[in-house]
Design a protein around this ligand. Structure first.
Ligand SMILES: [Zn+2]
Length: 491
């Protein structure tokens, strides 16, 4: 039987004894995945549906080909083939085509260009010396309008390079304030900016870097009601978001408006980059028709990220945006670039348009924007979903009484080293279904995590398993630290 290597992505390695790859014998890709889930049952719910089919938010590649463009599960495997599992990852952090006005190609009538000033010529001299950019390309950059959705880990380095390159109009979408924990990777901001709105701090920094360009802040939360209006004024969109609802929103708006979407995402040590341009290649929905369930994907705030990783990925996104504007090189259309910082390797997977894509195929059934939080299953807060919560103050009182609730810490082991609650039983959220036996004797259980999201999911898991007296600590251990025990650090 042929021997194949199955590459396991970082988010799933904890379900495969930490392995990055597994060698196994199988005749087909489907058989290889089933062998893998037989050997590592914890992987099953991440990869397969109840009836054993591959889940739609997991892409599987044989070498560099998506098996959906081959024979799917039945795709035969040859000796030495590599099967890659590529899950959807949301991360930015927290958070094209060439520009339609580009002069290359000569199809668009242009107003006469204002000549560059002496200062501009000096500022851009290393571009002007580069034959692939030159004066024509630099003019294209000055005319271009690029929108950065998110000014966090990915948007920060992308914004710096686009401003430095002389992109004439840079729109910024963000509504957060700078936090101390951002500075590990969001290189747009300085310590003095902590507490300041990101848009104000970003604008000041970018205008300081290049006063000849225009920075346009968009401080509203981007949603289905305003996305088309915001995006329509731009030539290229750079997606630096950190959550699935906004990713799908940005993708859909770009497809509907016919704009290129320079995609980047990060997770721990790994990044993905592509250019989605539905006019000549796949869109994000072609790759991932549906988002993963909210409870299967940790965010960067939960999972951590190597600070320099978004720097690399954001710089790659800026590179692709500049190439699209100037009209040079081969854009990443139809290719997914995977970057692994820990092994320092880049791989490329070939992407094809999904002939059944609901958005960008001839069979499209979606012709407008939709309700993205509902689509991604994150519409409801814990109380709206009927998940019982307890406040830090209430929990504090209950712990002082006889027969206090059992505390269960569902965070990852690394987080326990930052802060912990005395007497809490540590069971990472992913291990909970296998370790419920440890809870059955408790009269009541309170689950907690960093800020209350994972513990709400875990509470729902236990309620679904038939547990009665289970609650989630509202706001997590960070809220406890702020309101009950100020000696505990927050993170
Ligand atoms: Zn599509």
């Amino acid at each position: 039987m042929p021997q194949t290597t199955v590459k396991i992505p970082t988010p799933l390695r904890s379900f495969a004894d930490g392995k990055a790859e597994v060698a196994l014998d199988a005749e087909t890709v489907g058989a290889a995945i089933r062998r893998l889930t037989d050997d590592h049952p914890g992987l099953r719910r991440h990869l397969l549906t109840g009836d054993g089919a591959l889940r739609s938010f997991v892409s599987v590649y044989l070498n560099d080909r998506d098996i959906r463009t081959l024979q799917r599960d039945a795709t035969p495997v040859a000796d030495g083939d590599v099967v890659s599992i590529v899950p959807a990852i949301a991360g930015g952090t927290s958070g094209e085509l060439r520009a339609s006005s580009s002069s290359r190609g000569g199809t668009i009538a242009l107003a006469p260009e204002r000549p560059f000033t002496q200062d501009e010529l000096r500022r851009y001299s290393r571009h002007l010396l580069l034959p692939e950019v030159g004066v024509t390309g630099q003019h294209a950059l000055r005319r271009a309008k690029v929108l950065l959705v998110g000014t966090g880990g990915l948007g920060a380095p992308a914004a710096l390079y686009l401003a430095a390159a002389g992109v004439g109009t840079i729109g910024l979408v963000d509504f957060d304030a700078v936090e101390l924990s951002n500075l590990q990777r969001q290189v747009l901001y300085s310590t003095a900016d902590v507490g300041r709105p990101k848009l104000d701090a970003a604008r000041a920094r970018l205008e300081g870097l290049n006063p000849t360009i225009e920075i346009v802040p968009h401080g509203a939360h981007l949603d289905a009601s305003n996305a088309l209006d915001v995006l329509k004024g731009y030539d290229v969109v750079v997606d630096g978001t950190d959550n699935f609802p906004t990713r799908y929103l940005v993708n859909d708006a770009c497809v509907l408006l016919g704009k290129p979407n320079v995609y980047g995402s990060i997770y721990r040590f790994e990044g993905q980059v592509s250019v989605f341009d539905a006019r000549r290649g796949p869109c994000y929905r072609c790759l991932y028709p549906e988002p993963p369930p909210a409870d299967l994907v940790p965010s960067c705030a939960e999972a951590g990220v190597l600070g320099v990783l978004p720097g690399v990925v954001g710089a790659l996104q800026a590179t692709e945006a500049i190439k699209l504007i100037v009209g040079v090189g081969e854009p990443l259309v139809g290719r997914l670039l995977l970057y692994d910082a820990s092994s320092m390797s880049f791989r490329q997977l070939h992407l094809e348009k999904n002939p059944g894509c609901v958005l960008c195929s001839p069979k499209a059934t979606q012709h407008g924007l939709i309700d993205y939080p509902a689509f991604c299953g994150v519409a409801n807060s814990a109380p709206a979903l009927g998940i019982p919560e307890v406040t830090p103050e209430e929990l504090h009182d209950e712990l002082a009484r006889p027969d206090p609730p059992l505390l269960v810490d569902v965070r990852e082991p690394e987080e326990l080293e930052i802060s912990h609650l005395e007497g809490a039983l540590a069971i990472p959220k992913g291990e909970l279904p296998e370790r419920v036996d440890e809870l059955t004797r408790a009269r009541s259980v309170v689950l907690f995590c960093r800020s209350g999201g994972r513990s709400a999911d875990a509470t729902k898991t236990l309620l679904d398993l038939g547990f009665q007296n289970v609650r989630s600590l509202k706001g997590g251990i960070n809220a406890w630290a702020e309101r009950v025990d100020r000696s505990l650090p927050t993170y």
